[in-house]
Ligand binder design. Structure first.
Ligand SMILES: Cc1cc2nc3c(=O)[nH]c(=O)nc-3n(C[C@H](O)[C@H](O)[C@H](O)COP(=O)(O)OP(=O)(O)OC[C@H]3O[C@@H](n4cnc5c(N)ncnc54)[C@H](O)[C@@H]3O)c2cc1C
Length: 386
């Protein structure tokens, strides 16, 4: 699997003006299209496929992908900026952006040049929908649970056996990445919706994020050819080390966007004429400052990853953990400021709270992050960095 090296790197200096222009276009799309869909997504489990296609056309899912494979300039900063713009309105959609961009990220980091050539341009443009089934793998790498998929060698590739209970963005024709245990280690493979032996059942219904087309995926000896292997056993450890920080950091797009959305609700609802609002635990000034710091930390780490100078991995875990806590605090602040009005079934404040809990439970969950940070601190005899 020799990777072509003749493309401009996504780490090349970002023409900020171009990214700003694209982000402004995206914000218009969110205001004009997504805002009209949010309620349907949240209440009816509507999967916003047309919006995702438009996102791909107007903004693109390939900011962290080489231009030669259909990427756009902007790096991880561009990925996070787009996810943040969607999540400010609707975290369900922001999460779908993360699913699509994560699959692009794995391929970008893969040495399988033929697979990259054949799939990445269509994933970057949104013509090809893509997901990521790596929660189990991330938990397995943290020794939380065993790998639930097993890969057995077969002529020309592998056969996959096992079940992954939740994988999102799985529309007909979608592709998605999964980790699997082999006799010698771990590999990352690309699975294709519709493959013989792959049974998808709609997961949920969930109390939020139900518009994410999330499926339980049962693999009954599903064949995956060598051409669809993203990283084989020999490459896996170095591949995982290259991609894990960006994968986890990118989830901050959801936390930053949700916090901004919650702050808007607080600003709309808050009245100093009411004698009680200043006694709500999470006040807008404090949340705004925490958001500013979280965004600065996230974008600094993203730029460092983009230029190949990654910060310590525990720093990424700590940023992501603080992002989950900030999302929970800001959503709670929004609901408590809005009061009974925010408790109405159709008020966005109660949706924000359900979305914030998702940010804290999606892998790596807040409890998972805190455990990893505590283990690292224990190894260094220090206090966890959250
Ligand atoms: C809406 C939604 C979308 C998701 N999308 C994705 C995705 O795209 N890709 C991805 O890889 N992961 C996805 N997940 C999974 C998510 O990232 C977490 O891994 C998952 O929520 C479990 O984490 P946990 O911390 O609760 O697990 P833990 O607290 O460690 O344990 C939960 C335990 O429940 C067990 N369990 C298994 N099946 C079920 C079930 N059907 N109901 C209840 N418990 C079960 C698990 O084996 C696990 O051991 C999604 C989850 C949700 C709720």
């Amino acid at each position: 699997m020799a990777e072509a090296q003749n493309h401009a790197s996504p780490a090349d200096p970002v023409p900020n003006a171009r990214l700003e222009e694209a982000a402004a276009r995206l914000r218009r799309l969110v205001a004009e299209v997504l805002s009209g869909l949010t309620r349907k997504i949240d209440e009816d489990g509507h999967y916003p496929e047309n919006f995702l296609r438009a996102y791909g056309r107007d903004y693109g899912f390939g900011h962290a992908v080489d231009p030669g494979y259909g990427g756009q300039p902007g790096g991880l900063v561009g990925v996070i900026t787009g996810m943040e713009a969607c999540s400010e309105e609707c975290v369900s959609t922001g999460f779908l952006v993360w699913c699509q961009t994560s699959c692009a990220w794995y391929l970008q980091k893969s040495g399988n040049a033929a697979l990259k050539r054949s799939l990445l341009p269509a994933i970057c443009s949104g013509e090809q929908l893509a997901g990521t089934g790596l929660s189990n793998l991330l938990k397995a790498r943290s020794q939380i649970e065993p790998l639930r998929l097993r890969a057995t060698q077969a002529p020309g590739g592998y056969r996959l056996l096992g079940t992954l209970p939740w994988i999102s963005n799985l529309a007909p024709g979608a592709v998605f990445a999964v980790g699997a245990a082999t006799n010698d280690g771990t590999l990352l493979a690309l699975a294709r919706v519709g493959a013989p032996g792959l049974a998808l059942t709609r997961a949920g219904p969930f109390c939020g994020l139900d518009g994410t087309s999330t499926m339980s995926c049962r693999f009954d000896n599903v064949f995956v050819g060598r051409g669809d292997i993203i990283a084989d056993e020999a490459e896996f450890d170095s591949f995982f080390a290259r991609m894990r920080a960006g994968l986890i950091l990118a989830q901050m797009g959801m936390a930053l966007g949700l916090t901004q959305g919650a702050l808007t609700l607080i600003e709309e609802a808050r009245s100093l004429a009411r004698p009680t609002d200043t006694f709500v635990q999470h006040q807008p000034d404090g949340l705004r400052e925490r958001l500013r710091v979280a965004r600065a930390d996230t974008l600094t780490a993203a730029q460092a990853l983009d230029v190949g100078a990654p910060p310590p991995f525990t720093e990424i875990l700590a940023i992501r953990a603080r992002g989950a806590v900030l999302a929970l605090d800001s959503a709670q602040g929004a609901l408590l400021h809005c009061g009974a009005r925010g408790y109405l079934e159709r008020h966005p404040a109660q949706r924000r709270l359900r979305e914030a809990y998702f940010i804290a439970i999606v892998t790596p969950a807040l409890k998972h992050l805190c455990r990893d940070l505590a283990r690292d601190a224990g190894a260094r005899d220090a206090t966890p960095a959250v």
